[in-house]
Write a protein that binds this ligand. Sequence first.
Ligand code: ADP
Ligand code: MG
Ligand code: ZN
Length: 485
Amino acid sequence: MSTFEVVIGLEIHAQLQTKTKLFCGCSTQFGQEPNTHTCPVCLGLPGALPVLNKAAIQMAIQAGLALGCSIQNESVFSRKNYFYPDLPKGYQISQFDKPICLGGSLTIDVNGTPKTIGITRIHMEEDAGKLVHQGADAIAGATYSLVDLNRACTPLIEIVSEPDIRSALEARLYMENLKQILEHIGVCDGNLDEGSMRADANISIRPIGQKEFGTRTEVKNLNSFRSIERAILYEIERQKEVVLSGGKIIQQTMHYDDNTQKTVVLRSKENAHDYRYFPEPDLLPLVVTQAQIETLKAHLPELPQARITRYQSEHALSKSEAEIVVGDLDIMAFFESALALQSPVSAKDICKWTIGDVLALNKETKHLFSTSSITPKRLLGLLELIQAGTLSGKMAKEVLLKMADSTEDPADIVKKMGVTQISDTSQLDAFIHEVLNANPDVIEKVKSGKTNSADFLIGQVMKLSRGQAKPDLVRTLLLEAISNR
Ligand code: ADP
Ligand code: MG
Ligand code: ZN
């Protein structure tokens, strides 16, 4: 079976995070009453003229810069003509032969080995509306469908990869990395559940050693990491079976059904000429100057990989710690605001608590870092008490639990709980004498060099202090007391 090589190219549509649509002033807000965010332009009424959204252009350029593309000083919008009930104009305004970005790349980490996937182009286009199928079987057996044009004319970029991807895993990693980059530069919200990113996977196989690509099929509209991986795995197996049983792959457009986990044929593959592309007569060519590109480059936020590297060198985080922080914008914002408070607590300790106990607690209380009552300031308050020796790490965990449902200062909670670490030596001395008096045989063992036995005595003192003594201090005082006996 492993005599075939898999070849995959992805076309990923990402919704740009603009407030308004690509060619009109309607809101792009998700989840609103159907057809309430519409106007003559996005309804496709005759005579309505498109006006290009500047923020969308800036975001498309920033995406291109983040992916190492060369930004084109002139690009052209075209009409892609086809009929579908969610497309009232009868054409989609898209870029065709002159897209805004050309030639970039994205490097993914495949089980520890870096792999660079080429990016052919990024073009801008408007989204279509949404059909809400009614009836028993949402795809095949709908009795009728409702049209919602709130999404029509929402700005998208389509990022087209080179056929450099060689497995379902690589395809998923590529999409995950792309999502992370677009989120970090504030270009796409990455809400896959709301359709903010959708992938079309072009898949073919060829005998290992063959130069020419095999005939591909295109699986449309994969909107989760799980479905992109599963659909590709299924489609690879299907193609292998066809070829091994003497058949030929037909170039087709497919749909992946999440329920049956199978791909089904939608239509035979359309070609560019089927769409009768021609330049959009209602829009001028899009011209961006080098100066505008440079300004956007200067304002490009730090990319996730660069940040991961910086967190390791600047803040001594491990790679996996840095990846967890950078992997979630909510956690990253929390970590950054904690750093900004300039506390004596090290970034490493802040990170450990953030992605350890605080993350676990927020999950349990179903909070985001941004909505949790554990704010950066309150966490630092707690960590400063550990640093000062007032609390042990173990006690601090208990205090943190109490902090979850209060707004009190950690120091005040500690006072109320009465858990302060005992560093008063006279109180500890009393405990130590009690323990030593009860264990003369153990004292002899320690004296004869069995230092392990001291741990037993320390344990007894800790017990008497109900865990509130500082173990280091107990050890020092205890060894001193033994040597004096
Ligand atoms: P379209 O889908 O509009 O015809 P292209 O021909 O430019 O567009 O190809 C789209 C995607 O298909 C690209 O990501 C490209 O890398 C990929 N691709 C092209 N040929 C193959 C192939 N034989 N096998 C797998 N992917 C392919
Ligand atoms: Mg395609
Ligand atoms: Zn509109």
